[in-house]
Design a protein around this ligand. Structure first.
Ligand SMILES: O=C(O)CCC(=O)C(=O)O
Ligand SMILES: [Fe+2]
Length: 379
């Protein structure tokens, strides 16, 4: 049965067989499939063999580190060591008691979900591009929709950006996002100080001093329920191309991280923040911290929501590792990469790949690290 819903923009990557199924959003498609009892997703959406979310055995005694941030009050050194160890071995951890109230995070998730549940034609009314790259885009990942705001990381800026992109939007959603960002900024500084302590840097603010001038992208990811979850991914395996990512996920589950060739579930924990080391921090620590390869699975029964707070230093700052991290045994790994240069390179490469619409190459580029290799200093 052919379903045609006329709306635009229609992402060509997702709907490459428009004569069979067309819908303005993945939620819309998912709902239509459910209503007519179709148990199969369009063939054009299926992943290639290489990208299939194969189930791997997860050693039961091995889990993403769960760290209690309240140690900050009682044993700061221990906390610094724990987050540092997690960054070295996993490239990620889950943090609880970080000071951002659990209820406000839950409210934010609930209000965000309402946005994605709006009818497609209302979602599509939200501005697509606002001047400085504040954007709303569909299906940036895979069986997913996303909404993205890009700003300075100050409450005021994020608030204004959301208002301008969605003037008729939901005030509670805007306020909760602004509250969240306001709390995230001092917390981010603390995290960077702890990382500097773990790394034994003399200047404890080596990284933290950049936070005030840093950029923050907030990306809401929404993964509608999928009738054939084993044939698609919500987000293909990738490392994030920014500096560090703070991820808030709802209670559904689906995020996985890679370690030593195995995929591990990042089990949802109420009020926890998932901290992911991205490409930039890997370069800025001369390779000591691992950029975590991660992906998102989808499921048959329930939509899932996550909210990624992607920090990046301002475009002109080069990732030059502190002198303490470079010596004869640890020679400098990368030429100084300016954050903006790295980002631009990635955008250009991705758009080229998107145009050619080759899924396999697209997934390679998403792996991010492939891009960092371009700056590698060869021995
Ligand atoms: O939804 C998730 O858990 C992962 C999202 C993600 O990797 C991203 O936004 O970069
Ligand atoms: Fe990611």
């Amino acid at each position: 049965m052919a379903l045609v819903v006329h709306a635009s923009p229609v992402p060509s990557l997702i709907f490459s067989k428009p004569e069979v199924f067309r819908g303005p959003t993945i939620s819309d498609l998912s709902e239509k499939l459910r209503k007519i009892g179709v148990e199969e997703i369009p063939r054009s959406l299926e992943l290639s063999e290489d990208d299939l979310p194969a189930l791997t055995e997860q050693p039961i005694d091995c889990q993403v580190p769960l760290i209690d941030f309240s140690l900050l009050q009682t044993d700061r050194r221990k906390l610094a060591k724990q987050i540092g160890d997690a960054a070295r071995t996993w490239g990620c951890c889950q943090l609880i008691n970080h000071g951002i109230p659990v209820e406000s995070m839950q409210h934010l998730i609930a209000e965000s979900r309402k946005y994605f549940e709006l009818p497609a034609e209302r979602k599509l009314k939200v501005k697509s591009f606002v001047g400085d790259n504040t954007s709303w885009k569909l299906s940036s990942l895979y069986w997913a929709e996303s909404w993205m705001i890009h700003g300075t990381g100050s409450r005021k800026d994020i608030d204004e950006k959301i208002l301008s992109a969605w003037p008729e939007g939901n005030t509670a959603f805007r306020n909760l996002t602004a509250d969240y960002v306001e709390r995230m900024q001092p917390f981010t500084k603390q995290m960077f100080q702890l990382y500097a302590e773990d790394l034994g840097l003399e200047d404890i603010d080596f990284y933290a001093k950049h936070v005030d001038s840093s950029e923050l992208t907030i990306r809401w990811n929404y993964y509608p329920a999928c009738p054939q979850p084993s044939t698609v991914l919500g987000a293909k395996s990738h490392t994030d191309a920014n500096l560090i990512t703070f991820l808030l996920q709802d209670s559904v589950g689906g995020l996985q991280v890679e370690k030593d060739g195995c995929w591990f579930d990042v089990k949802p924990i109420e009020g926890a923040l998932v901290i992911n080391i991205s490409d930039g921090f890997h370069a800025w620590t001369n390779g000591l911290y691992k950029p975590v390869l991660h992906r998102a699975l989808v499921n048959r029964n329930s939509p899932r929501l996550s909210l990624a707070g992607l920090w990046n230093v301002d475009d002109s700052t080069p990732y030059v590792a502190p002198t303490e991290l470079v010596d004869e045994n640890h020679p400098q790994l990368y030429k100084p990469i300016k954050a903006g240069e790295y980002k631009q390179n990635l955008i250009t490469t991705r758009s080229k790949v998107d145009m050619s619409a080759k899924q396999k190459e697209h997934s390679k580029v998403l792996k991010g690290l492939g891009q960092l290799d371009k700056w590698k200093i060869l021995a």
